[in-house]
Design a binder for this molecule. Structure first.
Ligand code: GLV
Ligand code: GLV
Length: 323
């Protein structure tokens, strides 16, 4: 009989038909579960789950769901899932790498260019009638400025390529040097502290995990130039958000653009919303029609393959299969 699965993400009809063809969908509540829902209860007797980053899959939950064999996240990040616990319990975790790189890199450039050229302030200037009273203050060229990329993975590389097209100097830091990217002329390796000191823009492209938790904080903001901007499209929790707010308030750095926050969503009462020198976006890095479709296609493929005992195309912990 067909493996039982649950869909904690809204799946378009054609992909739902593909799932129905090989799996029994026992529930499809979508991404927004009613508050107080016992996820473990929902997952009882289920072999596979299609999830978004809103579904917390931790060890106590996994302990209550011994039949669960695959969690297919519709995201490249999987910090909502305790992967070591999943691996220990023989649960395969899948994600959607690759298909969202260009969209996230594009949004990074939107943020970089908007910060550098004062686009949001300029818009407010016109709307508030400032233009009638005089000219908008001069900003600075993008060309010739230095972009510091922290984490040069797939997304970081795409950002580097775009920044090079804008004639920026690109430096990067990651624990293991990327000889390929250096040979391609995409980015120059830089000591971590030097990156923060030298960059006119710092952009984060690293995953969240216990090793990166709040890794960027007061120390790093103090290293940055007072004219430099900070950009985060990765995960809010790789930054010490209180330290960032303090740096923005004290003008230790010129400004920031954030597509991710420590705890999402945030409302108008959040301290970040009261700051004039930060651009805030509602976690939309991958939020285009084409990219979300590609992510859903890959996540559904992962779910069906893994639930049916086949090899999934994008596995986070393939070592589960070797046991
Ligand atoms: C979105 O944040 C993702 O990880 O895909
Ligand atoms: C994130 O997955 C990256 O490749 O930078």
């Amino acid at each position: 009989h067909k493996p039982r699965v649950i869909l904690l993400a809204a799946v378009p009809p054609d992909l739902r038909a593909a799932i129905d063809a090989s799996c029994e969908v026992v529930a499809a509540p979508g991404a927004a579960l009613p508050p107080g829902t016992d996820l473990a209860e929902l997952l009882k007797g289920v072999r596979g789950a299609l999830t978004t980053i809103r579904a917390g899959i931790d060890d106590p939950l996994l302990a209550r769901c011994p039949d669960l064999k695959v969690v297919s996240n519709v995201a490249v990040g999987y910090d909502n899932i305790d992967v070591p616990a999943a691996t220990r319990r023989g649960v395969l975790v899948c994600n959607t790498p690759g298909v969202l790189d260009a969209a996230v890199a594009d949004l990074t450039m939107v943020m970089l260019l908007s910060l550098g050229r004062g686009a949001l302030d300029a818009d407010r200037f016109v709307r508030s009638g400032g233009w009638n009273a005089g000219a908008f203050p001069l900003t600075r060229d993008i060309a010739g400025k230095t972009l510091g990329i922290v984490g040069l993975g797939r997304i970081g590389r795409m950002v580097a390529r775009r920044a090079r097209a804008f004639d920026m100097d690109v430096v990067y830091y990651k624990p293991n040097r990327d000889a390929g990217a250096e040979a391609e002329g995409l980015a120059t390796y830089c000591d971590r502290d030097d990156l923060f000191k030298r960059a006119d823009f710092v952009s984060l492209h690293l995953p969240f995990n216990e090793a990166t938790r709040r890794g960027i904080g007061a120390r790093e903001f103090a290293l940055m130039k007072p004219t430099a901007y900070f950009i985060n499209t990765a995960r809010g929790s790789v930054v010490d958000e209180a330290a960032l707010i303090a740096a923005l308030k004290a003008n230790t750095i010129a400004g920031a653009a954030l597509d991710v926050m420590e705890k999402e969503p945030i409302g108008a009462d959040h301290p970040l919303c009261g700051l004039p020198n930060v651009m805030l976006l509602p976690h939309i890095g991958s939020a285009t029609v084409e990219t979300r479709r590609a992510m859903m296609e890959l996540a559904v493929k992962n779910l069906i393959a893994a639930a049916c005992g086949d090899r999934a195309p994008a596995m986070v912990n393939p070592e589960v299969l070797d046991r």
